[in-house]
Ligand binder design. Structure first.
Ligand code: ARG
Length: 239
């Protein structure tokens, strides 16, 4: 049993391209891309610094699902790390959170409104990312420390991948409950490149502006299944 699990792990790792986010590359230093840690010190989501003391992330990164049910993460239980490309190092800054704002209509990622802000107890010395808008024809860049394949562990170093933003009809055909006003989707018809678990809450950027928040997907990088992102421009007046 132990042996076969080990063999399986080796096979899976061997079969996984050393890439990702899935299918991506090592990202340059981008101190405004933040990692979220839980109270036990475990990395679990991404986010983006949109002001010196404000992080934009996914609403589902502010609730915790366990075998016993769902509970809201308290501000005191979330730690923000900025300016640290390699999570195995100690550089950059760690900041505590004073206020968690979660979109009041959020129920699940697939139903949308998957957006939240974390107000930090202090201002961080990094340039925040501006907010922007994207549409079909744009190529966006997703950044994160998420899994590099469905069965791979999260990446210790920040990675990025470029993905075409699809038109709303295409998204609606494959993503059940897709809300064009409030969501974006991005990916290649053949798959191979995508965000994955652990990238949630992290940024999708176009022309250096934040246009989407990694929200959900079925598996990762599967053919015909683009990833879904919260459409940031829709929530501009609330964040
Ligand atoms: N829900 C995931 C998370 O919590 C992110 C899913 C993104 N998946 C995708 N295939 N684009 O990290």
């Amino acid at each position: 049993m132990r042996i076969s699990a080990l063999v399986l792990a080796v096979l899976v790792l061997a079969a996984t391209p050393a890439a990702a986010v899935v299918g991506g590359r090592e990202a340059a230093d981008q101190p405004w891309v933040v990692a979220l840690y839980d109270a036990n010190g475990n990395f679990y989501c991404g986010g983006a610094l949109i002001a010196a003391d404000k992080v934009l992330t996914a609403a589902h990164c502010t609730v915790e699902r366990t075998a016993f049910g769902t509970h809201e993460r308290r501000a005191g239980d979330i730690r923000v790390v900025a300016g640290r490309r390699d999570l195995g190092r100690k550089d950059g800054r760690e900041a505590r959170v004073s206020i968690v704002w979660r979109h009041p209509d959020f129920r699940s990622a697939a139903q949308g409104d998957d957006i939240a802000t974390l107000t930090l107890v202090e201002k961080l010395p990094y340039r925040p990312v501006p907010l922007g808008e994207a549409g079909p024809g744009d190529v966006g860049t997703v950044l994160g420390w998420g899994r590099t394949a469905e069965l791979a562990p999260p990446s210790p170093t920040l990675r990025e991948v470029d993905l075409p933003v699809l038109d709303d009809q295409a998204c609606g055909r494959v993503l059940e409950g897709f809300r064009p006003d409030a969501m974006l989707c991005a990916g290649y018809p053949d798959g191979g490149r995508d965000a994955c678990e652990g990238d949630s809450g992290g940024p999708l950027t176009v022309r250096g502006a934040l246009v989407g928040i990694v929200s959900y997907g079925k598996g990762c990088a599967r053919a015909g299944l683009p990833g879904a992102y919260t459409r940031v421009s829709r929530y501009r007046d609330r964040i």
